[in-house]
Design a protein around this ligand. Structure first.
Ligand SMILES: Cc1cc2nc3c(=O)[nH]c(=O)nc-3n(C[C@H](O)[C@H](O)[C@H](O)COP(=O)(O)O)c2cc1C
Length: 220
């Protein structure tokens, strides 16, 4: 599976098998997280065997089952673009996890905020968590807004690379599947912006990562 397959095959999974993440896989994930933290300045952390974090009324409402492992997406409150960075680097781990045979779900609301076991230093906050494990299913493809609503280029005028990027952007997870982003192609430059709403800046980072990973074209 390459990263494009991972983008296609990733869907939110909220029910997991009652299996621990294998040590070898855990080590690989930890190495990827460490590398992403070094590059971004974030403090993402893999927490395993902690069912309490999802043992809340909200999590039941959100239908989580056997969710025991998560990546806490943590960073300094003072960081410029903290939410966007969390989305961008978190999604890089989500896609690597997919390639390692794991399933995930970004979780911004339906987890126990006071119960998350991440180590936060002074001035840091937990922006969200990503549930991770071996899914009971692979999840299902989400409904998407039509491409015309999400970018400024008509279907017929899209260069192939841009089309590949848009397909990946439309497959990106967004909070409440709100897809409050807009992709503009001006000359050769791609700019992606976020509309207002909860977690839309985290969504923006996720969408940018998917777009870039699919077509190799850096976005602003
Ligand atoms: C930033 C963010 C926060 C999210 N928060 C939650 C949440 O609190 N609870 C939940 O069940 N799903 C949550 N999701 C998952 C979305 O509902 C899901 O990504 C969206 O419906 C699209 O579906 P897909 O991920 O299967 O493509 C969140 C997703 C993102 C990107």
């Amino acid at each position: 599976m390459d990263i494009r397959d991972a983008i296609q095959e990733r869907h939110s999974v909220r029910s997991f098998k009652n299996l621990p993440i294998e040590d070898e896989v855990k080590n690989k994930l930890n190495a990827l997280i460490e590398q992403a933290n070094e590059e971004s300045g974030l403090n993402m952390q893999l927490v395993c065997d902690d069912p309490e974090c999802f043992d809340t009324f909200l999590a039941h409402y959100g239908k989580f089952s056997n969710a025991k492992n998560y990546i806490a997406v943590v960073g300094k409150k003072s960081m410029e673009n903290l939410d966007e960075l969390c989305g961008y680097y978190g999604q890089s781990i989500v896609l690597e996890a997919q390639m390692l045979g794991l399933n995930t779900c970004w979780v911004g609301g339906t987890y126990g905020k006071g119960k998350c076991k991440a180590d936060t230093e002074a001035g840091e906050k937990i922006v969200c968590v990503i549930a991770i494990g071996y899914g009971e299913t692979e999840g299902v493809k989400h409904k998407s807004k039509p491409v015309e609503k999400l970018c400024n280029v008509s279907r017929d005028d899209m260069p192939t690379w841009f089309k590949n990027g848009m397909v990946a952007a439309m497959l990106a997870p967004t909070a409440l599947n709100q897809q409050k982003f807009f992709v503009s192609l001006v000359g050769d430059e791609v700019m992606i912006t976020a509309k207002r709403g909860p977690f839309t800046k985290v969504d923006l980072g996720i969408v940018k990562y998917n777009f870039e990973a699919a077509c190799g074209h850096k976005c602003k």
